[in-house]
Design a binder for this molecule. Structure first.
Ligand code: ATP
Ligand code: MG
Length: 305
């Protein structure tokens, strides 16, 4: 079906990325809460039709680990993209509370199944795997969003700034410096997956900008330094899993089916995990951190550990 702006009432802003703003909205005809992403583009009208056609593939991206797509429309130079609203937000905002191994394994399993679905069913490489693009609900359901379906959209993005947190695989960083964009394969997503898992476990981005003199030094560490590892408190299975994702040589990294057969994810399938309690604790922690920041950093909030 077709949707347009007049059908929505606007609610709070959910967050801002490099390319635009995501807002919670209410779709009046269907009475469904949605997340609406506004993306500013730099392009001429002839390309709009192409983007709409390419976005159409999203209607086929129906899987339990992929955020539902409801439709997109244009107003002037912006594309408005409507998707399922995930009521606990993105995982980057829930780190710092503590991440027990069973919760980490549950999240990882969903990410791997989502990525495998995109690749096997839609022949899509995600290209932007990172904690802000992994969403979770209060019920503990984990879904991926923001995968690269449209080459034309990608080329038309009005980039405001390049983030200082790179999830790019070493071969991609090397390829960009040689202006060689052809090096992106599914294995590059596996690196970004591994880095995201380590970030969730550590509670912070594994190559913290403050440790490096500049972005060049940071990227050099990703390309030439040892890959990051999980903190000591995680099991040998968990450690090995991230090691198989964070191999420097892309050919050495595990495939999605190898990852799904890894003991770290096999154990996950054999146990119950109370995701609902973890999400509610992490959301309370997030609210306390935000309140403390608003108060000038007064009270230290409690954590899961
Ligand atoms: P980048 O621009 O580099 O992709 P990003 O992923 O943080 O960074 P956006 O994709 O614009 O930027 O999203 C901004 C924020 O909005 C996210 O960090 C997330 O917290 C929130 N968000 C995005 N989509 C949804 C959604 N479907 N439901 C709930 N919150 C969302
Ligand atoms: Mg995003």
């Amino acid at each position: 079906f077709n949707i347009n702006m007049s059908e929505f009432s606007l609610d709070e802003e959910l967050g801002r990325g490099n390319y635009g703003t995501v807002r919670k909205v209410w779709h009046k005809p269907t009475k469904v809460a949605m997340a609406m992403k506004e993306i500013r583009l730099e392009l001429d009208d002839s390309k709009l039709a192409g983007i709409i056609m390419e976005l159409d593939i999203l209607h086929r991206a129906c899987a339990p680990e992929i955020v539902d797509f409801y439709g997109a429309f244009f107003i002037e130079t912006c594309v408005y993209y409507c998707m399922e609203y995930m009521d606990a937000g993105s995982l980057d905002s829930l780190v710092g509370y503590g991440m027990p191994e069973d919760v980490l394994a549950r999240i990882t399993g969903a990410m791997v199944r989502g990525l495998r679905f995109l690749k096997d069913e839609l022949q899509i490489i995600h290209r932007d795997v990172k904690p802000t693009n992994v969403l979770i609900s209060k019920k503990g359901v984990v879904k991926l969003c923001d995968f690269g379906v449209s080459g034309q959209l990608e080329r038309s993005l009005a980039k405001t700034n390049i983030g200082c947190q790179s999830y790019m695989a070493p071969e991609r960083i090397k390829g960009e410096s040689q202006n060689n964009l052809g090096t992106y394969t599914v294995a590059s997503d596996v690196w970004s997956l591994g880095l995201s898992i380590v970030e969730l476990a550590m509670g912070k981005y594994p190559y913290p900008p403050e440790t490096y003199a500049n972005v060049f030094a940071q990227l050099t560490a990703i390309v030439h330094g040892p890959p990051p590892e999980l903190p000591d408190e995680y099991s040998e299975d968990a450690m090995d899993f991230t090691r198989q994702c964070l191999r420097k040589e892309p050919e050495m990294r595990y495939t999605y089916s190898q990852l799904l057969d890894h003991p770290f994810l096999v154990s996950d399938r054999e146990r119950d995990v109370d995701m609902v309690s973890w999400v509610s604790g992490a959301m309370e922690h997030r609210a306390a951190v935000r309140a403390a920041a608003a108060n000038g950093g007064a009270a230290a909030p409690a954590s899961a550990a």
